[in-house]
Design a protein around this ligand. Structure first.
Ligand SMILES: Cc1cc2nc3c(=O)[nH]c(=O)nc-3n(C[C@H](O)[C@H](O)[C@H](O)COP(=O)(O)OP(=O)(O)OC[C@H]3O[C@@H](n4cnc5c(N)ncnc54)[C@H](O)[C@@H]3O)c2cc1C
Length: 318
């Protein structure tokens, strides 16, 4: 006889939403503190760093691919005993009471403390054709989709660190990379800017914006406007990589009463505590000014140990 596992109202000490750098680091610490821990992720565990071709600034690894680093963190977290449910999106939260309720696509859970580490997502530019050609030439991730455009002509839209990193990665694959930036200089690290200048197959169009993405089954051209002359041109490309920043995945937390700043980032104090008792937040979803693996890991650790204090040692705070 097959016994169907009933997950209705499973009880946990801590539930962590998001199995990225922050959530996995938090999980290692909550489990090692003796707290029964469930980590939920709508995708496969590992988080955003899986999108990075190479990571050269995470202490202990002079050079590692983002995918390998994500896998190492996930395996470490599983090895200490955290339960990770991949591909289970959290859809609703009830966080104001002492017991925190977490509803997902397939179950309802209860926990004593919650760590919200759902990261951020790529912003869209909102032009005609962007949604229509998403997955048919419009991409938000160079590492994920760049290899499909080996030897082709690609465009990168944006001018910050992400746009520059994506440009450098694509310059190693594509025949020609055209960067479209609405300002007259990049807002990125000096080393990235000088590396781009040294690439023979990268052209940057300053003071230029994309107006429309056109094609048939695939992207074929992009209509551009020069911000100064107001002249429009049509550039023929095979793919468009939109890299204009990120926005936090804080909607479900906000809807359950968690306070955010004007950009939607969750407000936290130095203990990673949100405005709701027993609800902590960590990583890119918070209003911490730096968004890196190292800072996400540090915030995750703080959130985990503070959650431990909240559950097991509440008298510390009195
Ligand atoms: C291309 C690129 C290159 C980068 N390179 C570097 C680098 O070299 N060095 C560096 O330090 N940093 C780098 N970063 C930044 C780094 O990836 C992030 O700062 C870090 O991953 C943030 O970790 P996080 O845990 O806060 O969020 P994430 O890693 O984004 O994890 C959040 C997780 O939450 C999940 N989630 C979201 N909503 C829900 C929901 N409703 N239910 C369930 N799960 C949900 C997501 O699926 C995701 O797995 C790079 C980022 C990008 C995009």
């Amino acid at each position: 006889m097959t016994v169907k596992r009933c997950r209705f109202m499973e009880n946990w000490d801590v539930i962590i939403i998001g199995a990225g750098s922050a959530g996995l680091a938090a999980g290692i610490y909550t489990v090692r503190s003796g707290l029964k821990t469930l980590i939920l992720d709508e995708k496969l565990a590992g988080g955003t760093i899986s999108d990075a071709s190479t990571v050269v600034n995470y202490p202990g690894f002079t050079e590692i691919s983002g995918g390998d680093l994500a896998e190492k963190m996930t395996n470490h977290c599983k090895k200490v005993g955290a339960v990770i449910h991949d591909l289970e999106p959290v859809t609703e939260l009830e966080l104001k009471g002492e017991k925190k309720i977490v509803k997902t696509s397939s179950a309802t859970y209860e926990c004593k403390a919650l760590i919200f580490s759902a990261g951020s997502h790529y912003k869209e530019i909102g032009i005609k054709g962007e949604k229509e050609f998403r997955g048919r030439g419009v991409s938000y991730c160079g590492v994920c989709d760049g290899p499909f455009f080996k030897g082709k002509k690609v465009m990168v839209i944006g001018g910050g660190n992400s746009a520059c990193i994506t440009t450098l990665y694509l310059s190693g694959l594509a025949a020609q990379v055209t960067v479209i930036h609405r300002r007259e200089a990049f807002r990125a690290e000096e080393t990235l800017v000088s590396d781009i200048a040294s690439k023979g197959n990268v052209t940057t169009l300053w003071n230029t914006e994309a107006q429309e993405i056109k094609g048939d089954k695939q992207v074929r051209t992009v209509t551009l406007i020069d911000n100064i002359t107001k002249k429009t041109t049509e550039l023929s490309v095979d793919a468009v990589f939109v890299q204009v920043g990120e926005a936090p995945n804080s909607q479900i937390a906000k809807a359950s009463g968690v306070e955010t700043d004007e950009h939607g980032y969750i407000k936290i104090d130095i203990h990673q505590q949100t405005n709701l008792p027993g609800v902590f937040a960590a990583g890119d979803v918070t209003n911490h000014p730096i968004k890196q693996v190292g800072t996400a890991v540090g915030q995750g650790i703080t959130a985990a140990l503070e959650a431990y204090g909240y559950i097991r040692r509440p008298y510390y705070k009195k």
